[in-house]
Design a protein around this ligand. Structure first.
Ligand SMILES: Cc1ncc(COP(=O)(O)O)c(C=O)c1O
Length: 392
């Protein structure tokens, strides 16, 4: 059976050049990068070379790169790292209602520790409006954390404007750029952002490695106390394999991002156009244009997303549904509900995220399969009337 992977926002396949680059670190290059003898020295060099590659990609200084175990840890380090050092500066954080759980649950935890958090809403198209952030900031605000783009809808947030607002108010600005990295430019030099999270496995690296860019001069409280690794900002022997993989992945991005993104956008647009042309009653969740070039989130009305997902899986297609089955009932995605989407439509939402390696053949196969499965499921739905749908 043909297999088509359309879930690159969940994770990406390891790039063959990344797989080759990490091989020596599973063999002879096993040393601890903190050891000063021969076994450690080459490994230290590899870690620092990887740091330089990541820095080169964003245009930051190598010392501004802190390696972590994941995007999740990068987010935790940013938010708790600022909060725990805030002292008398303030106890208020501004974030949005559509953040990844790595931010959302970190903020909820901080609320139990004496911090106050404002979760600003998004508009109907899934975008955080700068004025909403401006209105939420108080003189007690220490941090504004707004994602660069949303993982479910692909909506690109106006972080340039929001960062400027945070700066003006004297608050630090963090952005979770896990999904934006490798898909849209993130020029660190001009971006009004103090802290930026990334993750290796979303850019054809390996799982269990990520990081945080910390602008020079900003001090964070460490979350992991231990050795002097990462200049005391994150104790623990480095995940050398994961870091070397990120170094290679970012060097490939620096070289190939533009043409690869253009191709992914072309395929995504063709996919989306074909679905609209062939299947009635589809709702786009998210902004029509302020959107990552690889992502489309659609509600297929009168169909449950989960049923669609499972039927597509049986035809070899991997995608993702925002709804989660809790105690027998389907709950719509909190992200789509925060956008004010119709709860019934939200249950029929699926996210397709394309990436490096997808082909025109994949798109054609997926469109045919989606049309077949949607027709089948709608035929079983007592709520669906094809003639009424056509007449709309
Ligand atoms: C926006 C966003 N932030 C953070 C993360 C967490 O990254 P990781 O899987 O490396 O912990 C993800 C992963 O899905 C994400 O999409």
């Amino acid at each position: 059976m043909r297999k088509v992977y359309l879930d690159h926002n969940a994770t990406t396949p390891v790039h063959p050049e990344v797989a080759a680059a990490i091989q020596p670190f599973l063999g002879d290059l096993f040393g601890n990068p903190s050891s000063i003898h021969w076994a450690g020295r080459d490994v230290r060099k590899a870690v620092e070379d990887a740091r330089a590659e990541v820095a080169g990609f964003y245009g930051c200084r190598p010392l501004e790169v802190v390696f972590t175990s994941s995007g999740t840890e990068g987010d935790n380090l940013a938010v708790k790292g600022v909060a725990y050092r805030s002292g008398n500066a303030g106890k208020h954080i501004v974030t949005s209602q559509v953040e990844h759980p790595a931010i959302m649950n970190t903020c909820r935890f901080l609320e139990t520790q004496g911090f106050r958090v404002t979760y600003v809403p998004v508009n109907r198209q899934g975008i955080v409006e700068p004025d909403a952030v401006r209105g939420a900031i108080t003189k007690d605000t220490i941090l504004v954390s707004i994602m660069a783009s949303n993982n479910e809808t692909g909506c690109i947030m106006p972080i340039e404007e929001i960062g400027a607002i945070a700066k003006e108010a004297g608050a630090l600005m963090h952005t979770d750029a896990v999904q934006s990295t490798g898909k849209v430019p993130l020029p660190w030099e001009t971006l009004p952002v103090d802290l930026l999270t990334f993750s290796g496995h979303k850019v054809n690296g390996i799982k269990g490695a990520g990081g945080l860019l910390v602008r020079k001069g900003i001090e964070l409280a460490a979350l992991l106390h231990g050795g002097h690794q990462e200049r005391g900002r994150r104790g623990g022997t480095e995940n050398v394999v994961g870091i070397v993989a990120m170094g290679k992945a970012f060097s490939l991005l620096a070289r190939n991002m533009e043409p690869e993104v253009a191709e992914v956008r072309r395929l995504r647009d063709a996919f989306e156009r074909a679905l609209y042309a062939r299947i009635p009653e589809i709702v786009l969740n998210g902004h029509p244009t302020r959107r990552l070039p690889n992502t489309v989130n659609l509600s297929f009305r009168f169909v449950e997303g989960e049923a669609l997902l499972l039927n597509l899986d049986m035809l070899g297609i991997a995608c993702s549904s925002g709804s989660a089955c809790t105690s027998g009932s389907l709950e719509a995605s909190p992200i789509l509900l925060a956008m004010g989407a119709d709860p019934t439509d939200s249950q029929g939402a699926l996210r397709f995220s394309l990436g490096r390696g997808n082909t025109e053949g994949d798109v054609e196969y997926a469109v045919d399969a989606i049309e077949t499965v949607v027709d089948k499921l709608r035929a079983m739905s007592p709520l669906y009337h094809p003639l009424a749908a056509k007449a709309r």
